[in-house]
Design a protein around this ligand. Structure first.
Ligand code: NAG
Length: 641
């Protein structure tokens, strides 16, 4: 029944080989420049900047016709990018900037731009929304040097630089049409290696780029009677919405020596904001959560061991009156729950996601996903998601047969397609919104096709293989027999009903996660690379532990109330943190964001819904699996007559 793995390996091989070009990860090897050698300047999308508030979630292509930025002769050329980088919204293109190593330039004319009045309004609106430009010079993102007001440390903020300035005079946005580019270079150390100019025997100096700073300015550089730009007037430049505009784009380049060696050039980008608060909150939540987990363990251990010794020591003739609580339902706990099909599909998909996240976090922890490989995080997530679909098949098959389901064919199909289709449809719908809003964030057709192929040709077969493998292992044995006639269920207190218990049970895991969640959201929306993977890994472990213990505790109370329908409750309680995630998302939207367009709001809530759904699946399956094994252990330890 189990298919031979050979065709699968061949399939994987033939598929992954041509895709390796799509997974090309640039920026890993240093590049040495001789004096005067030209340095690549690429442009990325325009993204909204998170200053005090974020105004939009839509990004624009640099060469969007509304902006009228200067184009390179022959038109912009697309640069190769990894799948993950495309998915995360990078669209990297060539630019007309000419920068040569060690050659300073002052007020160099890029081009003369003309912006009609309709597009002037478009650009002014984007300036009001705090859009930023993103250049990539020798693989480094353009950044601004900032000083952390708390720690006084100097760091490079790679959030992009302002498209314009709407703060000097409110409601009168000025366009930044001049850029001062500072390139920090490091002269290569010659102690080990020598390089000679061919023929001359002279040693030539080599340089490496170790930092890129861009300070934009607004300057009305077009003066009448001269065809040279003047970058040093104090007059700002305003785009007129009443008439057509003609103006210059200019730039200056300065090369600044730096002690930073090439290998450490990313370090100044990886700045921890408020490290004290970060640590303090993490330790705080670790202590609280550790204490709670300890309490839960103690309560469970003491109560249960007392219960077990009492049950097992009771004289059989008297135990009719003494029996109470969870022991009474020993004939019911393993009764087939409602909708076992959906439950097993959800557990399978949840475990699939857990494996994906865990392996990605471990990769990140060992430093494989440095920000110098743009999009490597998303790429690794995608690869893990594709490969670990075998886990979903395996787990779903074993859960389904343990629950006592018998329609294995429909179960297999649903496990493989149900959630991917739900997730693809939501993302497809959001993508449609992006397409209509003219945003560059819309995923291009080729990428969609690549992902669908990955899913259909690798993920689906692996899931089916996992399913058959799970069927070979069969179901888990249940320690007690299920009685033929269902017991009557006494009314149970309100807080043990599925929805209240899920909401209550979700508080603890969410409480453990929410400090880190704030940082994740800020770097997600602030367009900053997230790299505190150590924190994230710790948080993930703590949350998983908390979810498991709270769910077991709640289900224990449920069983003590002689309510034996625990299967769905355990899933709901485990996934209860999704409710709080959603509430937190609404709070974040109301307090930290001020999204202007309808599309941005739809996007935000679409992503929030997806995150909450994933959270529900992950938490729910942790809760279910932990509870199943706890219950199995519990009922195996009592003597049943
Ligand atoms: C370029 O300009 C910077 C400061 O503006 C100066 O320190 C540096 O020496 C100049 N470099 C060259 C090669 O002229």
């Amino acid at each position: 029944m189990f298919p031979s793995p050979l065709p699968l390996v061949v399939l994987l091989y033939t598929l992954v080989l041509p895709l390796t070009s799509a997974f090309y990860l640039p920026g890993t090897a240093p590049r040495d420049y001789l004096q005067g050698e030209s340095i690549d300047v690429f442009v990325n999308t325009l993204t909204p900047m998170l200053n005090s508030k974020l105004h939009s979630l839509i990004s624009y292509d640099y060469y969007d016709p509304h902006f009228h930025f200067c184009q390179p002769p022959g038109g912009p050329v697309k640069q190769p990018e990894s799948l993950g980088s495309i998915l995360f919204g990078d669209r990297i293109l060539s630019s007309p900037y000419e920068i040569n190593m060690m050659e300073n330039q002052t007020c160099k004319l890029l081009c003369q731009a003309s912006v009609p009045k309709d597009d002037a309004k478009f650009i002014n609106d984007r300036i009001k929304e705090d859009y930023g430009l993103n250049f990539i010079i020798d693989g480094l993102p353009s950044s601004e040097m900032k000083r952390d007001s708390k720690t006084n440390e100097i760091f490079l903020d790679a959030q992009g630089f302002n498209l314009g300035d709407d703060e000097t005079i409110p409601d009168k946005p000025a366009l930044n049409n001049h850029y001062d580019i500072y390139i920090q270079y490091h002269q290569k150390d010659y102690s080990g290696s020598y390089s000679y100019l061919p023929g001359s025997g002279l040693q030539q100096k080599q340089y490496r780029v170790v930092g890129v700073l861009v300070y934009p300015r607004t300057v009305n550089s077009m003066t009448s009677g001269s065809n040279q730009p003047d970058c040093f007037t104090n007059q700002p430049f305003y785009l007129s919405e009443a008439s057509n505009n003609e103006f210059y784009y200019t730039y200056s380049v300065s090369f600044i020596p730096s002690d930073i060696p090439w290998g450490l050039r990313w370090d100044s980008y990886l700045h921890v904001f408020d490290p004290k608060i970060h640590w303090f909150s993490l330790i705080n939540s670790l202590v609280i959560v550790g204490f709670l987990v300890f309490m839960v363990m103690m309560i469970l251990y003491r109560t249960i061991s007392k219960d077990i010794s009492r049950y097992n020591s009771i004289d059989l003739s008297e135990d009719v009156q003494e029996d109470y609580g969870w022991k009474l339902v020993h004939g019911e706990v393993f009764r087939l729950p409602q909708r076992p099909m959906l439950l097993s599909v959800m557990v399978g998909n949840g475990l699939h996601l857990i494996c994906m996240i865990l392996v990605t976090l471990i990769f990140a922890l060992f430093g494989f996903l440095s920000p110098s490989n743009r999009g490597s995080l998303a790429t690794v997530l995608l690869i893990c998601w594709t490969l670990f679909s075998c886990v979903s098949g395996y787990a779903s098959s074993r859960t389904f047969s343990t629950l006592g389901g018998d329609q294995w064919k429909s179960n297999m199909i649903l496990t493989t397609v149900l959630f991917p289709i739900v997730i693809f449809s939501v993302i497809g719908l959001l993508n449609l919104f992006l397409v209509f809003s003219g945003s560059s964030g819309a995923v291009p057709f080729g990428t969609i096709l690549a992902i669908l192929l990955l899913w259909f040709l690798i993920s689906v077969p692996l899931s089916v293989a996992g399913y058959f493998y799970g069927m070979k292992h069969g179901s888990f044995s249940n320690p007690t027999k299920t009685s033929s006639i269902p017991r009557q269920i006494p009314p149970c207190p309100w807080y043990l009903n599925p929805i209240p218990s899920a909401i209550l049970g979700g508080i603890l895991p969410f409480g453990a996660a929410f400090v880190e969640l704030y940082f994740v959201l800020s770097s997600l929306f602030g367009n900053r690379a997230y790299y505190a993977f150590g924190f994230l890994f710790l948080t993930f472990s703590v949350v998983a532990l908390t979810t498991a213990t709270t769910t077991v505790l709640f289900v224990y109370f449920v069983l003590c109330a002689e309510e034996y329908r625990w299967h769905w409750r355990s899933f709901a309680i485990g996934g209860g943190s999704a409710f709080w995630l959603f509430v937190y998302g609404i709070w974040y939207w109301a307090s930290r964001l001020s999204l202007d367009s309808f599309t941005s709001v739809v996007l935000y809530f679409g992503y929030l819904f997806l995150f909450s759904l994933l959270n529900f699946l992950i938490g729910g399956s942790i809760g279910y699996v932990a509870t199943y094994f706890a219950i199995r252990r519990l009922y195996a330890s009592i003597r049943v007559d």
